[in-house]
Design a protein around this ligand. Structure first.
Ligand SMILES: NC(=O)c1ccc[n+]([C@@H]2O[C@H](COP(=O)([O-])OP(=O)(O)OC[C@H]3O[C@@H](n4cnc5c(N)ncnc54)[C@H](O)[C@@H]3O)[C@@H](O)[C@H]2O)c1
Length: 438
């Protein structure tokens, strides 16, 4: 198919879009393209994931699973584990995981497997776009070069566009978050721009895929380092007996040159704790050893230990040891209003408490059970409801995630000690003596 034919298909919404990887990033994209009027193929290697989607069992808050079901029933959407879907698609968007391996280096197996499947099954005129977060050079080296080896010089329309959406954010979603795009050439950029313009209000065209890849990493490293900075300011303030929450309120009155970040129990999710390591790894290949990235990773990863020490110290002040104490954890998701425990600092705090012999109850409206590695033995814990009795029976309540739909009043009224790591009740500090903060 010639470029002008693909352009026509995309313009008229006759192009079939295939999303590879139907997780937190892929499924909302499926929804967006279906809503925009495209026929969509959803491909995931996990048969379990396909089963869950077909049977309306997904906890991704950005999508209405009822709508997804409707698109499937109307034959607008086809979800399968069959790679033949790639051969009947005009555009393929890759949204697969980019984790770290055991040596904290980029684990590219999922992107590599997508590229191999595309090469085997897709038509060479297909537009291929990578959305997974990765180091600069990934689109060229692992997608473009691999799809265009000496035997088959064909796939020319290749672009990169990072997913920048903030899960659980009700104000900014796919539509109103500007879409950054880089292309391997002018044609690729033009096609990717046309595709995303159907679902996003604004597209930002970069000069290369490398620039677009770097945008995503710089954004996340900016968050990671600023969170680490405020965590360090909090620890210093604590030593100096200064209330960091009041300090931040003061700083936030400056109308320029200051962006507000809050201290907390550490960073979580698939992005902030992992993405910066992709750049520090890439920098090392050029003999550059990053300092900001490694330092901020170190500070943020140590925050669960800091929270553990705080719990221990508050229990100690009321003549309790951690061993056999009853600790009630509020929130295990890595951030408010999402059902995602990946890299969650809550899991690390719970693990430390269990290791020290505490009894744990937790409540999270989004996560009904968790499995914790307790001294290399897996322990399953179910979410407990927040009731006067449950809170009363606990020696300490530790707020780790500030979800909106929690009966905070029951906690405030019935706890013996509260450690509020999110500063949620800081305005009640002077009135309630059992309230403590980082
Ligand atoms: N979760 C977020 O908030 C977020 C935000 C921005 C960017 N990202 C980035 O987006 C990418 C995807 O993240 P996610 O959170 O959606 O991951 P996820 O784990 O929720 O989903 C990934 C899906 O890909 C599937 N998969 C794995 N290999 C596959 C293959 N070869 N072909 C097809 N499917 C395959 C998995 O079964 C899984 O269902 C990552 O690079 C991540 O860093 C994530």
């Amino acid at each position: 198919m010639k470029q002008k034919d693909i352009i026509k298909k995309i313009k008229n919404k006759k192009a079939t879009i295939c999303i590879m990887g139907l997780g937190y990033v892929g499924l909302p994209l499926v929804n967006a393209f279906c809503n925009a009027g495209f026929n969509v193929n959803g491909f995931d290697t996990s048969e379990d994931k396909i089963y869950q989607i077909k049977n309306s069992k997904t906890d991704i808050s950005e999508v209405s699973i009822k709508k997804i079901k409707k698109f499937i029933n109307n034959e607008r959407l086809n979800v399968k584990s069959d790679a033949k879907l790639l051969g009947v698609s005009d555009v393929i968007i890759i949204c697969v995981p980019t984790p770290l391996n055991d040596s904290f280096e980029p684990d590219m197996q999922y992107i590599n497997s997508c590229v191999a499947l595309i090469k085997e099954n897709a038509n060479s005129n297909t537009v291929v776009i990578l959305e997974s977060t990765s180091f600069p050079g990934t689109t060229k080296e692992l997608v473009f070069d691999k799809l265009n080896d000496k035997k088959r010089n064909s796939f020319q329309y290749i672009a990169y566009s990072p997913e920048r959406v903030d899960p659980g954010n009700k104000k900014f979603g796919i539509k109103n978050t500007p879409k950054v795009i880089g292309g391997m050439n002018k044609e690729s950029l033009k096609l990717a721009d046309m595709i995303y313009s159907h679902i996003c209000d604004e597209t930002i065209l970069m000069k290369s895929c490398e620039e677009a890849e770097m945008v995503k990493l710089v954004e996340n490293i900016y968050r990671q380092t600023n969170i680490a900075l405020v965590n360090e300011m909090m620890m210093i303030s604590d030593k100096l007996n200064i209330d960091i929450w009041n300090v931040i309120k003061g700083c936030s009155t400056k109308p320029f040159g200051y962006s507000k970040f809050l201290p907390g129990p550490g960073t979580g999710g698939h992005c902030i704790p992992l993405d910066p390591m992709y750049l520090s790894w890439k920098a090392k290949t050029k003999n550059y050893f990053s300092r900001f990235i490694d330092l901020s990773t170190d500070i943020n990863q140590n925050m669960p230990n800091y929270v553990f020490e705080k719990i221990s110290s508050h229990l100690n002040k009321s003549s309790k040891s951690i061993k056999n104490s009853n600790c009630f954890i509020v929130g295990v998701a890595y951030k408010k209003n999402v059902a995602d425990v990946r890299e969650s600092p809550s899991m690390k705090v719970i693990s430390l408490l269990l290791e020290a012999g505490a009894n744990i109850n937790y409540h999270d409206p989004y996560i009904s059970s968790i499995t914790i590695d307790n001294n290399r033995r897996l322990k399953k814990i179910n979410s407990t409801k927040i009731s006067k009795l449950n809170i009363n029976n606990s020696d300490i309540v530790v707020i780790l995630t500030d979800h909106d739909n929690i009966s905070w009043n029951t906690i405030l009224k019935n706890s013996k000690i509260i450690l509020d790591t999110k500063g949620l009740f800081h305005n009640k500090k002077d009135k309630q003596k059992n309230l403590h903060f980082l």
